[in-house]
Design a protein around this ligand. Structure first.
Ligand code: RB5
Length: 155
């Protein structure tokens, strides 16, 4: 069983307030959080924060990441450009649960403009309290790795 202890959290200006509240929530539930910013409501470029969080997950410093922006879409697109990162944008707890169980997602993305605080906390909890089932799902995840190693050229 993979126990999640340390979480990298990042956001842009659109989710600055929710990110801070979420970190408080996570800490009160016993998780260690690496706050990757942004650290003010000033306008920033969200891929920078996606990259910081994904780096910490890629190198194993953090077990999983949580990324927040206005919709969560930009963060999920940027995160999924990183090798080994499986980022899932979730707006409901069922998806959050299953993306851990079936997709072995290692980054959760949330939209601060689309998802209220209480639901965002519940989604994060559902994500963190479930684990990958492996088996047939592992075969499918291995296919992602093949895509990452495919240079995209025809032989
Ligand atoms: C920022 O204005 C906004 O584009 C961003 O927070 C996010 O929604 C991008 O996907």
């Amino acid at each position: 069983m993979m126990e999640i202890k340390k979480i990298a959290v990042g956001c842009d200006h659109g989710a600055y307030e929710l990110k801070n509240l979420l970190i408080e929530h996570l800490k009160s539930n016993g998780y260690e959080c690496e706050d990757c910013g942004t650290y003010s409501p000033d306008s920033v470029h969200y891929p920078i924060y996606a990259h910081k969080v994904c780096r910490l997950v890629q190198c194993g410093t953090c077990d999983v990441g949580i990324l927040l922006c206005g919709t969560g879409i930009g963060m999920s697109m940027a995160a999924n450009k990183h090798r080994g990162i499986r980022a899932a944008l979730c707006a409901d707890t069922y998806s959050a649960r299953y993306t851990r169980m079936h997709n072995d997602a290692n980054v959760l993305c949330l939209g601060a403009m689309t998802t209220g605080r209480g639901l965002a906390f519940d989604i994060a909890d559902a994500f963190l309290n479930n684990e990958f089932e492996g088996g047939r799902h592992a075969v499918r995840i291995a296919m992602f790795r093949d895509f990452e190693n495919d240079c995209g050229k025809e032989n």
